[in-house]
Ligand binder design. Structure first.
Ligand code: MOS
Length: 732
C-alpha cells in the first residue's frame, strides 16, 4: 500500500470550506443568541470621568450596558498574566485608559444592529493626558527586558578580533507597525449553563483560552469548554486571549443568554496585537575573503505601557552565520499603544530584513557575490550553543535556488540589467526559522467498520492540519486516508499547545503518529493472541497492516473482522509525546534560500516583483500541496512586508489611522508573480517522530531583504526603511 505522507492530498476539509459547511466561531446559530458590541476609547491616555449609558440602556432591544461604572466581576484581576501567552486584558475594571480602542463599555442587545446603534449612544467623558506615542523621541528611555520567551535579551559570543577588517557595514534598518489582518475577524460566542461555560472562539489555542477563562471566572478547567473547528487565519494575532474574549463571556453571564461578539475591522487594528515597529542596527566587519569578524545586531521596539512584548529580531543572528564574535541586544520602549504580539515569524521576518540587507551591503563593499559571501560564513554547527545541527541543507538550498533562478547570469553592477527602460534587479537572502516541538496528546480509535477516528485538541489555522494529521494516522494504521476521520478544535479532546511557532505539525503530528502506531500494535497483539484469528501465533513484529488488513506469511485478517470476533465496540489508545533529550544535543532549525527579481520603473519608482524562486530544507514534507501553499503564503506576506504593509500611527492621537483594508495595503494577485518553491530532500532522524520541521513561518523570512537587495541591484539605491514605497525610491 502506498504511503499517504508526502502526497499532495487535497484538503480533507476543502469541500466543507467551499460549500460553506465549515463553521467558524461567529457562525453557531444558538437558541436565544444575542449580540455584544464593544465601545472603545477615543483617547490613548487619560482617565474616564463619566460613562453616560442612559440613552443606550433605553434604546430598543438593549439588554445591558457594562462599563467601569457597572463592571463585570472576576475571580482574578484580568490585568494579571498567568500563562506565557497571556496578555493584560481590559475588561472594564478600572477607569485608566492607556491606548486607543481600549474597551470602555459593552452593549448587549437582541440584534447586532441594535447593539451597534446603542453602542453609539454611550457617552464617555475623559480627563485626557498627552499620549506617549512617538517611538523616536521615547527611544532615549529604552530598557532591557528581563528575558524574551526564556531567552536572554542580550548576548556576546566569541572573541573580539584583533585583525583590521577589510570592510565594514554599520547601518540602521527600520520596519513599521504591521497588522495581522486575517480574513476571519476575531469572534467569540459564549454560552453559560449554570457554572459551565462553552466558548466558540477564533483562537490559535483552545486550551490556553480555556485556562485563561477558567482562572478569570474562578472555575475548574473542566467547567470551561472551548471549541474552534475552523479559523480563517490567525498569523499570531489569535495566539493570546484578548479583552473581547473575556468580555463576551462576561456579557453572556450578565444577561444569562448566549452572546456573540465579533470585532470590527478597525478594532482589529488596535486591541488584538500587531507587529511592533523596529529599529535595528547591524554592524558587520569582515576580512577581504568575506569571513566575518564581527556581527552586531541591536534592536529596539515599542511595547504597551502595561505589558511587554519583544519582537526578537536579533535571535536568528545568534545562529545564522559563523563569525569570530556575535553581539546581540534587544530593547523596549513603553508607549500608549495596545500590546504588540507574535506576528508572522516574529523576530525572523523583521530580523532577516536587517541582517540579510547588511550582508548584501557587505558583499558590494567586498566585491564578493552575495551567495559566495554566505557560503564563506556558513555555520557548520550552531555558533551560539556549539551543538551540531539535527540536519541542515542550506548549501543545497542556495545551489538549487540559484540554478533555477539563473543567478550565474547576474551582472552584479547596479543598474546594469535593463529591459527597455525598466530597471531589472536580482537579489537573494537566507531564510531560517527554528524547529520547535511541545508536549501533545492524541487519541486513536478503531471502529467496527474498520475505519479509524483520531482526535487531538489542537487547531487548524487554515494551514492544512486536518489533512496532514489524517495522512500521518492513515499511514501508521495501514489505512487509506479516506478511512480515517481526524478531528480537532475542542478542549474535550486530548490536550495540545497553542498553534504557533511553526510547531503544530511536529508537535501534534508526532503525538498522532505515536498514538496511531500504538493502536496498530494493540490490534496486532490482539490478533496473534486470539486462537480463532488466522494470525494466531504469528510474530507480532512481522505483521504488516495494509488497507486495513493485518497480514503475515500469506495469512490475513481485517481490523473489522478482528473487532467483530472479539466483540469489541471499538479499540482505543490515548498517548502523549513530547520533546526529549535530543533538544539538549542538537540545534534544530529549518533553512532556505530566497531569490527575487524586481522590475523598477525609473520615472515612477514603482517596484514590481516579477519572479520568485525559493528552496527550503524542512525535513519530511508531509503534504507536498499544503506545504507548498504554506511557503507561497509566506512569500506573499513577505512581498507585502517589503512593498506595502505599513500601519500609520497618528502621533497626535495615538490612533492607527490605517484601520481598514483600503488604507492598509496587502498584496493582491497582480502583485504576486509565479512562485517557484522547491523542497530539497532532507532526512532528519533527530527532531521528532515524523521528521518534519515547521514550515508555517519560514516562508516569509528573508523575503523583504531579497526584495530590498534586488531593488538596490536594479537602482543603486539602498532602502533601509520598510516598506519600499515609491516615494523612498524617488527621493533617496
Ligand atoms: Mo505564529 S506568529 O507563532 O502564530
Amino acid at each position: 500500500m502506498d504511503k499517504s505522507v508526502g502526497k499532495p492530498l487535497d484538503r480533507v476539509d476543502g469541500r466543507l470550506k467551499v460549500t460553506g459547511g465549515a463553521k467558524y466561531s461567529a457562525e453557531y446559530p444558538l437558541e436565544g443568541l444575542v449580540h455584544a458590541v464593544i465601545v472603545t476609547s477615543t483617547i490613548a491616555s487619560g482617565t474616564i470621568t463619566r460613562v453616560d449609558s442612559t440613552a443606550a440602556e433605553k434604546a430598543p432591544g438593549v439588554l445591558a450596558v457594562l462599563s467601569p461604572e457597572k463592571p463585570p466581576k472576576f475571580a482574578l484581576d484580568p490585568s494579571k498574566r498567568v500563562g506565557f501567552m497571556d496578555r493584560t486584558v481590559h475588561a472594564l475594571q478600572h477607569k485608566r485608559v492607556d491606548y486607543q480602542h481600549q474597551p470602555v463599555a459593552l452593549v448587549i442587545a437582541d440584534t447586532i444592529e441594535r447593539a451597534t446603534h446603542a453602542a453609539a449612544l454611550v457617552k464617555v467623558q475623559y480627563k485626557v493626558d498627552k499620549p506617549k506615542v512617538n517611538f523616536k523621541t521615547a527611544k532615549s528611555q529604552a530598557y532591557k527586558p528581563a528575558n524574551i520567551l526564556g531567552q536572554p535579551a542580550d548576548n556576546d559570543h566569541g572573541k573580539a578580533s584583533t585583525e583590521k577588517p577589510a570592510a565594514e557595514v554599520d547601518a540602521t534598518y527600520t520596519t513599521p507597525y504591521e497588522h495581522h489582518n486575517p480574513m476571519e475577524p476575531h469572534a467569540t460566542t459564549a454560552v453559560w449553563e449554570g457554572d459551565r461555560l462553552t466558548v466558540y472562539d477564533a483562537t490559535q489555542g483552545v486550551f490556553s483560552t480555556r485556562d485563561r477563562l477558567a482562572q478569570l471566572f474562578g472555575l475548574p478547567a473542566e467547567n470551561v469548554r472551548v471549541i474552534t473547528k475552523f479559523i480563517g487565519g490567525g498569523f499570531g494575532g489569535k495566539g493570546s486571549v484578548w479583552s473581547h474574549v473575556v468580555l463576551a463571556a462576561a456579557a453572556a453571564k450578565a444577561v444569562s443568554r448566549p452572546v456573540k461578539l465579533v470585532l470590527r475591522r478597525d478594532q482589529m487594528f488596535a486591541m488584538v496585537g500587531f507587529r511592533p515597529e523596529t529599529e535595528q542596527r547591524v554592524q558587520l566587519q569582515a576580512r577581504k575573503d568575506g569571513k566575518l569578524l564581527l556581527v552586531r545586531h541591536e534592536t529596539v521596539n515599542p511595547t504597551s505601557v502595561f505589558d511587554e512584548f519583544t519582537e526578537p529580531s536579533a535571535f536568528q543572528t545568534r545562529m545564522l552565520y559563523a563569525s569570530e564574535r556575535i553581539v546581540t541586544a534587544h530593547r523596549l520602549v513603553k508607549l500608549n499603544v495596545g500590546t504588540p504580539t507574535f506576528t508572522r515569524a516574529p523576530g525572523e521576518s523583521t530580523g532577516t530584513f536587517a541582517l540579510e540587507s547588511a550582508l548584501d551591503e557587505l558583499a558590494y563593499k567586498l566585491n564578493v557575490d552575495p551567495v559566495a559571501l554566505r557560503l564563506v560564513n556558513h555555520a557548520d554547527q550552531d555558533p551560539e550553543s556549539g551543538h551540531p545541527w539535527s540536519s541542515k541543507s542550506l548549501k543545497d538550498c542556495y545551489r538549487v535556488a540559484a540554478e533555477k533562478f539563473g543567478w550565474s547570469k547576474r551582472n552584479p553592477a547596479p543598474g546594469s540589467m535593463k529591459d527597455g527602460r525598466t530597471l531589472v534587479g536580482w537579489g537573494m537572502a537566507t531564510a531560517t526559522y527554528p524547529t520547535r516541538r511541545m508536549p501533545a496528546s492524541a487519541k486513536a480509535t478503531l471502529l467496527p467498520d474498520g475505519t479509524a477516528r483520531v482526535v487531538s485538541g489542537s487547531q487548524d489555522l487554515g494551514t492544512g492540519a486536518y489533512t496532514v494529521f489524517t495522512q500521518i494516522a492513515a499511514d501508521a494504521l495501514g489505512l487509506p486516508p479516506d478511512r480515517v476521520r481526524f478531528d480537532l478544535g475542542d478542549t474535550q479532546m486530548p490536550e495540545t499547545p497553542v498553534t504557533g511557532g511553526s510547531w503544530t505539525s511536529a508537535t501534534v503530528g508526532s503525538a498522532v503518529k505515536v498514538t496511531a502506531d500504538a493502536l496498530r500494535e494493540k490490534a496486532i497483539a490482539l490478533a496473534v493472541a486470539d486462537a480463532s484469528s488466522p494470525l494466531h501465533g504469528a510474530d507480532p513484529k512481522k505483521v504488516q497492516v495494509e488497507n486495513g488488513e493485518l497480514v503475515s506469511g500469506g495469512k490475513k485478517e481485517s481490523y473489522a473482522a478482528l473487532l467483530k470476533r472479539q466483540k469489541l465496540p471499538s479499540l482505543e489508545v490515548q498517548m502523549s509525546s513530547g520533546p526529549g533529550e535530543e533538544v539538549q544535543k542538537y540545534s534544530m532549525h529549518a533553512f532556505g534560500a530566497q531569490f527575487a527579481e524586481v522590475r523598477v520603473d525609473p520615472d515612477l519608482g514603482q517596484v514590481r516583483v516579477s519572479r520568485w524562486v525559493g528552496a527550503f530544507g524542512a525535513g519530511t514534507i508531509l503534504n507536498e500541496k499544503t506545504a507548498r501553499n504554506q511557503i507561497m503564503g509566506g512569500i506573499v506576506m513577505g512581498i507585502g512586508m517589503a512593498l506595502m504593509e505599513e500601519a500609520v500611527l497618528d502621533e497626535r492621537t495615538g490612533r492607527f489611522i490605517t484601520h481598514d483594508l483600503a488604507d492598509y495595503h496587502v498584496p493582491v494577485n497582480p502583485d504576486v508573480p509565479d512562485i517557484d518553491v522547491t523542497f530539497v530532500p532532507e532526512t532528519d532522524p533527530y527532531i521528532n517522530a515524523i521528521g518534519a520541521k515547521g514550515i508555517g513561518e519560514i516562508g516569509i523570512t528573508g523575503v523583504a531583504a531579497a526584495i530590498a537587495n534586488a531593488v538596490y541591484h536594479a537602482t543603486g539605491k539602498r532602502i533601509r526603511n520598510l516598506p519600499l514605497t515609491l516615494d523612498k525610491l524617488l527621493t533617496t
